[in-house]
Ligand binder design. Structure first.
Ligand code: UT7
Length: 332
């Protein structure tokens, strides 16, 4: 009997806009302090897209870099998945614009709305396509331009997020190759849907003068609810991934997590039993970039030479929905 076909990462890439917004810049905008933000979140600065720069621009650039690292061309891709909740327009999809900007072939290109878990959701779907042979090369992008949907008068949310894009190409593991996506586990609890949302601008509350006046087109968050859910669910999804792969916490070389809050990651580290020294952290420099967070961190860690062939790399993310999940790689 032949072993089931696995998928593996063929290349990664990311893009961050040039403009840096520091905590001291924010001190001049809202009633906050560098000390509070660093102590409560670990974030020191984040990137903000330039005027006129769109999600599809950032996504296309991250995708070009991932394709380059995989040694592939846009025409080699036969499925494009874009995790985003801040597409250029309500319609068409961000994926449609990325396809056009990359000059890709006429293939299935679609957005996934799973907020901070969007890229992981895309990875799970991509994995199925590759394993069944329905697609050979899948481009999975996470992009977010949240600075345009943040309320810059709300100190609870505006200090947390940043803009950026990350991308990866998934393809089949070939004979003799050891690198593999060992498993993905994605979940969603709609019971907490109201704890992190943009209330207006959809069909439930279409844009009107009243919704604009009430500032309902911006991100609203019940921070503590999300915090508790994140520690619990990120840890459980990491444990499920390890159990299913018959690996222990001691065998994990790197955790490359969603970068929302250092204290959340400390809670996950305690529960899963992987020390913080093995967590790749960039939230101090980029903040929470939502669906772009994991692929940006993965690409940074990979390009820095931290992720070595044969190592076990565990990713996890959680965001609005509440949607969360994990992905486990044998690097290579
Ligand atoms: O990507 C997935 C989605 N997001 C997350 O994972 C975020 C999850 N939540 C969190 O990271 C944390 O809940 C926050 C960082 C958002 C807030 O930290 P916290 O320790 O839970 O603060 P809190 O909401 O309990 O607020 C404590 C105090 C409040 O003041 P009072 O009522 O005690 O006087 C807040 O008004 O801190 C105040 N506060 C701030 N103070 C200065 C809230 N935001 C700020 C701020 N600067 N930016």
């Amino acid at each position: 009997m032949t072993a089931p076909r696995r998928s593996r990462l063929l290349g990664t890439g990311h893009y961050l806009p040039a403009r840096v917004l520091s905590n001291s810049d924010l001190e001049r905008m809202v009633d906050t302090s560098d000390a509070w933000i660093v102590e409560r979140t670990g974030i020191r600065e984040r990137r903000i897209a330039a005027e006129g720069e769109c999600s599809s621009d950032m996504a296309a650039e991250a995708a070009r870099r991932a394709l380059e690292s995989a040694g592939l061309k846009p025409a080699d891709i036969d499925l494009l998945l874009v995790g985003t909740i801040s597409a250029d327009h309500p319609m068409p999809s961000c994926a449609a614009l990325v396809q056009k900007k990359l000059g890709m072939r006429n293939v299935l290109c679609v957005d996934l709305s799973a907020a901070c878990a969007g890229w992981l959701y895309g990875l799970e779907i991509a994995d199925q396509y590759v394993r069944t042979g329905k697609a050979r090369r899948v481009l999975v992008v996470g992009v977010e331009l949240l600075s345009r949907v943040l309320d810059w008068t709300d100190r609870v949310t505006c200090v947390l997020f940043g803009d950026g894009a990350g991308a990866a190409v998934l393809g089949p593991q070939e004979e003799g190759e050891t690198g593999a996506l060992l498993g993905t586990h994605c979940f969603l609890d709609g019971g907490l849907a109201g704890a992190l949302c943009i209330p207006a601008g959809g069909s439930a509350r279409p844009a009107s003068h009243a919704t604009v006046d009430a500032r309902e087109h911006y991100v609203k968050m019940q921070g503590q609810e999300i915090f508790k859910s994140a520690v619990k669910n990120l840890a459980s999804s990491c444990k499920v991934a390890l159990e299913e792969a018959k690996l222990t916490a001691a065998e994990v070389d790197w955790v490359v997590p969603h970068q929302a809050n250092l204290r959340i990651l400390q809670g996950v580290s305690d529960r899963v039993g992987v020390p913080m020294a093995r967590f790749y952290i960039n939230l101090d420099r980029v903040g929470n970039t939502s669906s772009a967070s994991v692929p940006i961190a993965l690409d940074e860690a990979s390009r820095a030479g931290l992720l070595k062939p044969g190592q076990v790399v565990l990713c996890c993310a959680l965001g609005a929905g509440i949607a969360w999940g994990s992905a486990l790689f044998r690097w290579g």
